[in-house]
Design a protein around this ligand. Sequence first.
Ligand code: EPZ
Length: 418
Amino acid sequence: MDKIIIEGGYRLEGEVTISGAKNAVLPLMAACILTEGKNTFTNVPDLADVRTMSKLLRILGAEVEFEDGVLYVDTSKLSNWIAPYELVKTMRASVLVLGPLTARFGRSRVSLPGGCAIGERPIDQHLKGLGLLGAKIHIEEGYIETFASRLRGNIIPFDISTVTGTENIMLAAVLAEGDTMILNAACEPEVVELANVLNKMGARIKGAGTDIITIKGVDRLYPIDGYQIMPDRIETGTFMVASALTKGDILIKGCRFENVGAVVGKLLEAGVDISLVDGGIRVKGSDRVKSIDITTLPYPGFPTDMQAQMMTLMSIADGLSVITETIFPQRFMHAGELRRMGAEIKLVGSSAVVKGVPYLSGAPVMASDLRASASLVLAGLAARGKTQISRVYHLDRGYEKLDKKLESLGARIWRESE
Ligand code: EPZ
């Protein structure tokens, strides 16, 4: 296992290019199950989660190759509908194969994803939706089994806005008989990306990006060739915070301003200088940022995946900040580690009250989940002295070469084996 070492206090400046979005490529890889042929995607990030999903698709019988950002998924010989526990327990997003396997084979056997560091994360809405589409579902020995000779379109009223729940039902409904309408659908850009690609494969989906998505079932989908994955909006936000924290001056390239509005809004409120320039977003950190309040919400609200990173920024802001988590109320594992670096954070229910301190001090800390790892890297960049972050395999699940990119901007950061 690796650890990351950071000598803090160095200003970041220069240009950085954002990689493809993890939470876009994972559902798109699952969508390949619905086709029989060779699918290719470009701008695919080299992430542990992409390798895990590739392994899962190979277990199902697909041929998967990945090189230099190009992903090749041949699903001509798909023959297996079982997603094993050993693999699903390492990546919850594996549950995204439930819908497409049921649609393609009329059955599936997928290990129930367990809990994780950021919360219980049930999948009752995924199962409710599949049931309404006519699948017979039963759960035994920690596995979900679905059976459906052919799924039938229906109205799917979600009780809660769920990103992968919306994606799973879209993936199941595109080959169903008749029409489906998802109510209270998630509006995240990654849901829109999935709908766009499914439509290019021959699906008939309307309304993605709004809370009502309609899907007209078709008989067959066709492989997609050379689709470029959208940039990662959470990586974009993470670099914005990195610039603000180090009073840096960074041009963030290859990103989509329209997908990071809520994060830009909060950083502007905190006094960060952000401008839209040719080819990207320029972020200049000036003086000490102002303390602001943040509440995470479904898109287009402030993203929960940026909560930990903003907590790091608020820990050296000039006053008191209240950060409220409405998506994953326990998503505060990073608070304890930031306290080890001198942050003053009090957890009250699903909120964290952060009292800004003049500076953080480097310390040995431990990553617990993907975005908590990012918040600790950011803290190390701003801290006085040396920070050592262990268990960085969490970071490698969702950030492509984050340490290398930060180093190219002037950070003193390197890896050592634990
Ligand atoms: C997706 O997770 C993302 N993962 C998460 O990103 C992200 O934090 C989350 O959406 C929220 O934006 C991927 O896209 C692969 P949800 P997902 O279903 O779909 C509750 C990262 O760091 N819920 O939108 O699992 C759930 O408990 C990861 O990249 C149910 O109650 O999240 C939560 O409170 C972390 N029943 C809320 O809905 C269900 O059946 C939103 O969860 C499903 C969800």
